[in-house]
Design a protein around this ligand. Structure first.
Ligand code: XLS
Ligand code: CA
Ligand code: CA
Length: 440
């Protein structure tokens, strides 16, 4: 079989003293932490779009990425070459999962049935490579945003024909995700949002979005798909206002339409920061609402206000993210998908390996640190002491709903001035630093 990355070996764990750029310094797949291996905790995944189809083009310039598979003779030949390159890359990086949009893996044809035939051909090849390598699908999804027909959105388009087209597309995407044994299916709201309310019927658009999701659940149930459905929030880009703004907004929407029991969230770091939240905030909020499903691991840039999809190297953010994951009892069917791309100037194929190695090592080290921090109980004990007033006396009565405003007024009249204690943020930041600098 043709080898695409000839110069690059299978990346092995060599430990933190290694200076080999093509080795893991911290990701030791079989290393056990709290009864599970690193591989089982982290469930790393490759994003097919950024890694296999990303070109480096931006609004100011053309493609820069040099890819050996781009020399293919036709769009279908290119799609086939990409499958082979993708599996070689995942194998060499020891990545056990991948995520894909329908249009990442096969080109759109002149008609819907031609497009679906293209998909069937490529899905067959992917399936064979999956069996040979043991690599699995973390989630599949449909690209309902690139084609010009989706200019006004898909499920929230003003044009009912577009709604129908999108439904047909998701039907097929569900079928192929099922066929490939995908353990989740993602709905990211592509262009489901608006640019101006002057031309928008927000109420109908939201009702239609709910109708669309119900139809998708009905059909997936009919074909026997048992995976987890995920909503991926994002506040803006490509539209000015995306309906699934953040976890709270997406959850509010699902609850209104009685869909909340069927979905969890796929939380992306960069989308959290675009929404004005920390990554940890979104994971925490999802966790306490029972909807922490999966993670798109990347990072934004504090100096840039857009979705930069940078590979994650920020250890602080990764530690706090995995702290939430550990408190969640793990990611369950979810995983850590690198929805990330190399910078436009990092255009060589080797850069893909450097990027994944950095991302995987960051999360591997973060896992060890987050586990030690949680085990130590230092933060947990502080927080429980801080709220101890709700486990006894008047606090307990508040929690148990035994008192109302009248009783609380009487209590206050009797007890007079309140006493507060320090939140000790700086001390706690010092503790976090200590664990991070000690490496766990
Ligand atoms: C775009 C999203 C997208 C989803 C899958 O910003 O991150 O890539 O993850 O459609
Ligand atoms: Ca994403
Ligand atoms: Ca993104």
């Amino acid at each position: 079989m043709k080898e695409f990355f000839k110069e690059i070996p299978v990346i092995q764990y060599e430990g933190e003293t290694s200076k080999n750029p093509f080795a893991f310094k911290y990701y030791d797949p079989e290393k056990e932490i709290a009864g599970k291996t690193m591989k089982e905790h982290l469930r790393f995944s490759m994003s097919y779009w950024h890694t296999m189809t990303g070109s480096g083009a931006d609004p100011f310039g053309l493609a820069t990425m040099i890819r050996s598979w781009d020399r293919a003779a036709s769009p279908m030949d290119l799609a086939e070459q990409r499958v082979l390159a993708a599996f070689e890359l995942m194998h060499k990086l020891q990545i056990p999962y991948f995520c894909f949009h329908d249009r990442d893996i096969a080109p759109e044809g002149a008609t819907l049935s031609e497009t679906n035939k293209n998909l069937d051909r490529i899905v067959k090849i992917i399936k064979t490579r999956m069996t040979e390598t043991g690599i699995k699908v973390l989630w599949g999804t449909a690209n309902l945003f690139s084609h010009p027909r989706y200019v006004h959105g898909a499920a929230t388009s003003c044009n009912a024909e577009v709604f129908a087209y999108a439904a047909a597309q998701v039907k097929k995407a569900l079928e192929i995700t099922f066929e490939l044994g995908g353990v989740n299916y993602v709905f990211w709201g592509g262009r489901e949002g608006y640019d101006t309310l002057l031309n928008t019927n927000m109420e109908l658009e939201l009702d239609n979005l709910a109708r669309f999701l119900s139809m998708a659940l009905d059909y997936a149930g009919e074909i026997g798909f048992k995976g987890q459905y995920l909503i991926e929030p994002k506040p803006r880009e490509p539209t000015k206002h995306q309906y699934d703004f953040d976890v709270a907004a997406a959850l509010g929407f699902l609850r209104k339409y009685g869909l909340d029991r069927s979905f969890k969230m796929n939380i992306e770091a960069n989308h959290a920061t675009l929404a004005g939240h920390s990554f940890q905030h979104e994971l925490y909020f999802a966790r306490i609402n029972g909807v922490l499903g999966s993670i798109d691991a990347n990072q934004g840039d504090l100096l840039l206000g857009w979705d930069t999809d940078h590979f994650p190297g920020d250890i602080y953010s990764a530690v706090l993210a995995l702290y939430e994951v550990l408190k969640n009892g793990g990611l369950h069917s979810g995983g850590l998908n690198f929805d990330a791309k190399t910078r436009r100037a990092s255009f060589e194929e080797a850069d893909l390996f450097h990027a994944y190695i950095t991302g995987m090592d960051t999360y591997a080290r973060a896992l060890v640190i987050a586990h030690s921090l949680l085990q130590s109980g230092e933060l947990e004990n502080f927080v429980s002491t801080r709220y101890a007033g709700y486990s006894e006396g008047i606090g307990k009565e508040i929690v148990e709903q035994k008192v109302g405003f009248k009783e609380l007024e009487l209590y206050t009249l009797k007890h007079g001035a309140v006493q507060n204690s320090s939140g000790q943020q700086e001390r706690l930041e010092g503790i976090l630093n200590m664990y991070i600098m000690a490496g766990g």
